[in-house]
Write a protein that binds this ligand. Structure first.
Ligand code: ADP
Ligand code: ASP
Ligand code: MG
Length: 596
């Protein structure tokens, strides 16, 4: 008999009528011959109300008590759902996270799942009951109630589907499925029939609120097919599954509205700086993104990165500690910012994606404050009052409302022989790592990759006005150059820097094209570095598991490697380093992550 897990989000269980509609789905699945587990969230805005209530009592409510309070929202829902199922004539039993045996670590309000015991669940299922499980909550080994972070019921559902080896995990929500972007923000957004684990993992991590990004980590690690469907109709929804045959160049766009930038200005430029920054943030479990570093004057460096606004206070404290330990520098920050990103596995092999993105933004008059990219995504930081316009412009620019990728394949990169492992090899390796995990949500780093065939181009002293990045990358696209990593640092005194990597064989072509584009920007200086290497770690959930960056940069610091560029993502974290350090750095990472 197959097991089906169905999850209903807050809006889908907001009223008694909606609870009965949800219960009917569970009953139908049971009567179709399946064993059924239903995961429910707190009703409507219950969790928000509980948070507000806590803040009326205390400005800084203790995290343990916060979890005790928030978990009540889901407890209410499971009881009501079990009553509804029984009223419809099937047997049901409600269970809290603790009763199921969802054991987490003790990081209150963002706990990670260590293990799930399936005994009680299986017992109830064998007895013919529909099990109604509380989402979002667990218990630590000291019996404290914990919660998994906002939106965490998705993670409960997929984790249960993983341990029960369910045939499918159905996520019932208040939209038709996964869209090219949030349909509430961009009316033209289109529902996607199928999306790969990697693409939705990056999208969710970059702000697409439709799925909790950690739920996709479980789905990918344990190969759970996930179907995101409307709770209110029979819509077919979106299948989240491994890569299909033809990947869109750009799958979707996401907005992280409430971002802030934190900068460490005028710090010493030496190996170990990045390690210290990542360690300080990891100690507080703060995931950072859009990390850029550039060499300032007199041997001093500037490092900037973004975090969610809610994390600002803690981040500033941690950044100040880092500066104190370094012995020089200042902490600075920028608020009212938003991050707009596009994601697509197909962009790995297409030129012109960055150019298209920056041109769309330039046309909309948006000034790009920072840029970072990885192989499957491009992120820009913009002023929050331009966030909506930026998302709209990017969505339109890539014609995301239309079925086919409108971007003509301007050029297809040559796969490079050494690192051209097939998708299946990669999955095999990842499965091997997953099978050895001590704890379900442990870090999965399955591979280290060294690409010794790239070169670095840097433009300094660029005017900080809309259209600069568009001009530079359009010129490179027209020259047929596949640009890989791009970073643009936050401007200082009206000037900004852009650095990017290109295949070493295309360096001359790229420099010539960049020079032509840059003549329009008086004062800009081009330089290049032929001898660089790109070193990456690959895995699942890499950015949000703050321990990965910490370990990676510590290993590189210990090997005495200076970091020139960084890109952070959920499936890959990359750095650009000096070529002569490449092999030794590769080996130090293989060792740090216990890979052979
Ligand atoms: P639930 O309570 O069911 O978990 P959420 O509010 O967490 O629902 O997630 C559904 C919401 O996610 C939608 O109402 C939509 O506004 C938002 N959303 C953001 N990005 C996307 C996207 N790419 N596709 C679909 N919905 C999205
Ligand atoms: N009720 C929790 C929240 O609002 C968990 C969830 O809905 O997934 O964040
Ligand atoms: Mg949700």
């Amino acid at each position: 008999m197959s097991i089906i897990v169905q999850k209903f989000g807050g809006t889908s269980v907001a009223t008694p009528e909606k609870i009965l509609v949800a219960a009917q789905r569970a009953v139908a699945a049971k009567r179709a011959g399946n064993q059924v587990v239903v995961v429910v969230s707190a009703r409507g805005h219950k969790t928000d109300e509980l948070i507000d209530l806590a803040h009326e009592i205390s400005e800084t409510p203790p995290a343990r008590e916060m979890d005790m309070l928030l978990a009540t929202g889901e407890q209410e829902s499971v009881a009501l759902m079990a009553m509804a199922v029984q009223k419809l004539g099937e047997q049901a039993i409600s269970m809290t996270g603790a009763q199921i045996g969802i054991v987490t670590d003790s990081t209150h309000t963002k706990a990670r799942i260590k293990a799930i015991s399936t005994e009680r669940l299986r017992h109830a299922l064998e007895a013919g009951k529909i099990v109604i499980a509380a989402g979002f909550q667990g218990i630590d080994d000291q019996f404290n109630i914990t919660t998994l972070g906002r939106g965490g019921s998705d993670t409960t559902a997929v984790a249960l589907a993983a341990v029960l080896k369910a045939a499918v995990c159905e996520i019932y929500t208040d939209v038709e499925g996964v869209f090219t972007t949030d349909p509430r923000l961009v009316r033209e957004a289109r529902k996607i029939p199928r999306v790969s684990y990697d693409d939705i993992l990056e999208l969710a991590s970059l702000g697409a609120g439709v799925m909790h990004s950690r739920s996709i980590e479980f789905a990918k690690k344990y190969s759970v097919p996930v179907l995101v469907r409307p709770a209110y109709s029979d819509g077919e929804g979106t299948l989240i599954a491994p890569h299909g045959d033809d990947e869109d160049v750009v799958t979707g766009a996401a907005l992280a509205k409430a971002e802030v930038r934190v900068s460490l200005w005028d710090i010493p430029d030496r190996p170990g700086v990045m390690s210290l920054v990542f360690t300080k943030m990891a100690e507080r479990k703060i995931p950072i993104d859009m990390v850029v570093q550039n060499v300032g004057s007199h041997g001093l460096a500037n490092v900037s990165f973004t975090v969610e606004q809610d994390e600002l206070a803690e981040t500033l404290t941690a950044a100040q500690q880092a500066v104190d330990e370094l012995g020089s520098g200042q902490v600075q920050h920028g608020t009212n910012l938003s991050k707009v990103s596009v994601v697509g596995t197909g962009m790995q092999t297409h030129t012109g994606v960055a150019a298209q993105m920056f041109s769309s933004l330039a046309k909309a008059g948006v000034n790009i404050l920072m840029i970072t990219t990885s192989d499957i995504k491009i992120s820009v930081l913009v002023d929050r009052n331009q966030a909506q316009a930026s998302l709209q412009a990017v969505h339109e620019g890539f014609d995301l409302h239309r079925e086919q990728p409108a971007l003509p394949p301007l050029g297809v990169s040559q796969p490079d022989d050494e690192s051209d492992e097939t998708e299946r090899d990669r999955e095999e390796r990842a499965r091997d790592v997953v099978s050895r995990l001590a704890s379900m949500e442990d870090i999965v780093v399955s591979q280290v990759e060294l690409d010794a065939d790239q070169a670095l181009v840097t433009l300094r002293g660029l005017a900080d006005v809309p259209g600069v990045a568009a001009a530079v990358f359009s010129a490179n696209a027209q020259a047929g150059v596949v640009v890989d990593m791009i970073v643009q640092n936050v401007s200082q005194s009206g000037h900004t820097n852009i650095s990017f990597t290109v295949p070493r064989n295309d360096l001359e072509k790229s420099v010539a094209a960049t020079r032509t584009a840059a003549v329009n920007w008086t004062g800009a200086e081009i330089s290049f570095d032929r001898e660089i290497a790109k070193l990456s770690v690959l895995g699942i959930g890499l950015r949000t598991h703050t321990g990965v960056g910490e370990k990676m940069f510590r290993a590189l610091a210990e090997a005495g490697v200076n970091i020139k560029m960084i890109s952070t993502g959920e499936v890959r974290i990359s750095t650009v380093i000096d070529l002569p350090h490449g092999q030794a750095a590769y080996e130090s990472l293989m060792k740090a992550f216990g890979l052979k």
